[in-house]
Ligand binder design. Structure first.
Ligand code: ACM
Length: 258
């Protein structure tokens, strides 16, 4: 089953959401994709200094950003996964919205990173999957990649594609995500940003990786553009790495308990 997966690598201007959203849509307009992945906090920027500042950018999961993404999804007959600061009661979450023409769903980042911990609560949605044009898609956000349990949980729940909005600041994510793909035999699509914000630099290198761990596309450190790859998602149903070795059937979960 073919699915066209797109990643958008942007260079958001801090706190300039309307311009940042417009810039992403302009990059996406040049391509056709079934599933778009946009970076973590793609519209607001990332490096908040106070909770008040983060809260001023945050919105509810069914707020205006959600409506805008859903309208774009309906217009282009696609799904979009995009990171945003979410307000839920008194709490803020580092979340990603999955928007399709028919529905929206939110994933809240499980493993919040560094200074995010000052303002954002650890996610409580757990990992879920949704069918996009017949293909099972799961979501994790940036630093979640460092915990193999994130991708493994999604893969065990049937994800064939992991959408991975990111704002990578450490150097290991792009290479590490090849292993997340290989050890779970899933496609991964990491959408990162470039540039720097208040002295914090982001490494770009958005990419799409196949279930055998090979790069299907990788953008540069500073490039601002979108890239789309068409893949056969059925490949990710086959968990064999050798005729006699199936990564899921050969697991020994009883021996993994602490
Ligand atoms: C990160 O989780 N944004 C590094």
């Amino acid at each position: 089953m073919e699915i066209r997966i797109g990643v958008v690598q942007n260079s958001p201007k801090f706190l300039k959401a309307p311009a940042n959203i417009r810039a992403c849509f302009e990059l996406m307009d040049k391509h056709e994709a079934d599933l778009w992945v946009l970076p973590e906090f793609f519209a607001s920027g990332y490096n908040f200094k106070t909770k008040k500042e983060a809260a001023a950018c945050a919105e509810k999961a069914d707020g205006p950003l959600s409506k805008l993404l859903q309208a774009y999804a309906a217009q282009r007959d696609c799904a979009i996964v995009a990171g945003f600061p979410e307000k839920a009661g008194a709490k803020l979450y580092n979340s990603a919205l999955l928007a399709t023409p028919a529905k929206t769903r939110v994933y809240r980042k499980t493993h919040v990173f560094g200074g995010e911990k000052r303002f954002f609560s650890p996610g409580d949605t757990g990992f879920w999957t949704e069918k996009i044009k017949g293909v099972s898609v799961g979501v994790m956000i940036c630093f979640d990649w460092f915990f193999p349990e994130s991708a493994r949980t999604l893969a065990l729940k049937g994800a064939q594609v992991i959408a991975h909005p990111a704002n990578l600041v450490l150097p290991w994510g792009p290479e590490g995500m090849k292993i997340r793909s290989l050890e779970n035999r899933v496609f991964t699509a990491t959408a990162d940003r470039v540039g720097s914000e208040r002295g914090l630099g982001f490494i770009g290198q958005s990419q799409i990786v196949s279930p055998n761990g090979s790069l299907l596309t990788r953008l540069g450190h500073d490039e601002v553009r979108a890239a789309v790859v068409s893949v056969d998602a059925w490949t990710a149903r086959d968990k064999k790495v050798h005729p006699a070795c199936d990564l899921f059937e050969d697991r020994r979960p009883k021996l993994y308990a602490r």
